[in-house]
Design a protein around this ligand. Structure first.
Ligand SMILES: Nc1ncnc2c1ncn2[C@@H]1O[C@H](COP(=O)(O)OP(=O)(O)O)[C@@H](O)[C@H]1O
Ligand SMILES: [Mg+2]
Length: 373
């Protein structure tokens, strides 16, 4: 005997119909099970879990529709495709059958070839669906495992990488304190150690920030007053600017407007943009202007400086990872080239947009907009 290509439960109250279908489906290789009423069909289906059910609609006792409803209500039989059988003379609501979850209808008297074609087609479709579902699930598991691994690595890395740098920084400080009269060469070397350590710490912090933000998980959005957001973040930057003899002017035309955002991340955007404005403005330079204004569907923020500016050909690249403008004025300022990549990622994750205008020797304006809540 040939290997079965699948099992089919046939449900019909008329014995002759059953034997015709048994013969037909058996002859093409299906294993056939039978039931003569709805209740025993549900029982059999739960026990044998056939690959498909051919279900008569008009039956004494519970009819085909009710049988189907019960099959679809049980997690064991829910996914088995059901094809209804109806007589041409039956005045039934076929749409109702589809709503119950049936995949098709065949009409009695049955056209043998048509029955086989429909059964084959729906079985193939069903198997393909199951395969796709399985693949999806595997992929989901795989992805979950990877992102767990990434989280773990980020967590370990941020501790294990930052700690030794803190030790080095402290050691340099202590060396200086214990030896008040160091010779110039030693002082210079200690400075180099300090500068490189600070750079490496920034690099680690920026890289880890970027990696964390890029995963997009842990974004904690809440409704925030725009004014409050600005006041907190600009106040911090003002200290930095004053150390360099630069004033910060602000103008907020936002009233009591709110936005829906992660305040810590948007704070990072401000800090990066304002610290750039300060970094790339010479000592005692013209004031930095921070402004915000209400637009129809968004709020737009501008950070304008009158510093060294960006060459036109470099403007398209400033948001790329590790990109830094390669002129002497820019190079003398310390940086990792990751700040603006972080800015871009955060703004994108908030559904906002980002823009820069700049001219060498005149200054730069970075603008970003966020959707209003
Ligand atoms: N306000 C600005 N004025 C002039 N150049 C800027 C300004 N902001 C950014 N840049 C240029 O863009 C580069 C990338 O910026 P960013 O990603 O923040 O890195 P960095 O760590 O160097 O500040 C900087 O190195 C600098 O050359
Ligand atoms: Mg920067």
């Amino acid at each position: 005997m040939a290997v079965s290509i699948g099992s089919i439960l046939i449900v019909d109250d008329v014995p002759i119909n059953l034997s015709v279908l048994m013969q037909l489906l058996g002859s093409v290789g299906y294993k056939v099970l039978v039931a003569t009423d709805g209740e025993s069909a549900v029982q059999q289906a739960e026990y044998a879990i056939p690959d498909m059910i051919l279900l008569d609609v008009m039956m004494p006792g519970i009819d085909g529709f009710e049988t189907c409803r019960r099959l679809k209500a049980s997690p064991i039989t829910r996914d088995i495709p059901v094809i209804f059988m109806t007589a041409l003379s039956d005045t039934i609501d076929k749409v109702y059958g589809f709503q119950l979850g049936a995949v098709d209808y065949v009409t009695k008297p049955l056209q043998h070839e048509e029955v086989i074609a429909r059964v084959n087609a729906h079985l193939t479709l069903h198997r393909q669906k199951q395969e796709i579902e399985q693949l999806r699930q595997q992929e989901r598991l795989h992805y979950e495992r990877l992102s767990q691994l990434k989280d773990q690595m980020l967590h370990t890395a941020s501790h294990d990488l930052k700690n030794p740098l803190a030790v080095i920084t402290t050691a340099v400080e202590l060396l200086r304190r214990y030896n008040p009269s160091l010779d110039e060469r030693t002082k210079e070397k200690l400075n180099q150690i300090e500068v490189s350590t600070a750079y490496m710490r920034d690099l680690i912090v920026n890289l880890l920030d970027l990696a964390r933000i890029e995963t997009g998980v842990g974004l904690q959005k809440q409704k925030i007053l725009v004014k409050q957001l600005l006041e907190t973040n600009v106040a911090q930057a003002v200290i930095l600017a004053h150390e360099k003899g630069i004033a910060v002017q602000s103008q907020y035309l936002v009233n009591d407007m709110t936005i829906y955002c992660d305040p810590l991340l948007i704070g990072q955007v401000f800090q990066n943009l304002i610290s750039n404005a300060v970094k790339y403005t010479p000592q005692g330079g013209a004031p930095i202007q921070v402004s915000a204004e209400k637009r129809e569907t968004e709020v737009s923020f501008n950070i304008m400086d009158h510093g060294i500016g960006i060459p036109e050909s470099d403007i398209p690249h400033v948001f790329d990872k590790f990109f830094r403008v390669n002129t002497i004025e820019h190079r003398t300022v310390a940086g990792t080239g990751l700040g603006l990549s972080i800015v871009r990622e955060i703004v994108q994750q908030h559904g906002g947009s980002l823009h820069v205008e700049s001219q060498v020797g005149i200054g730069s304006t970075f603008s970003f907009s966020l959707p209003r809540s």
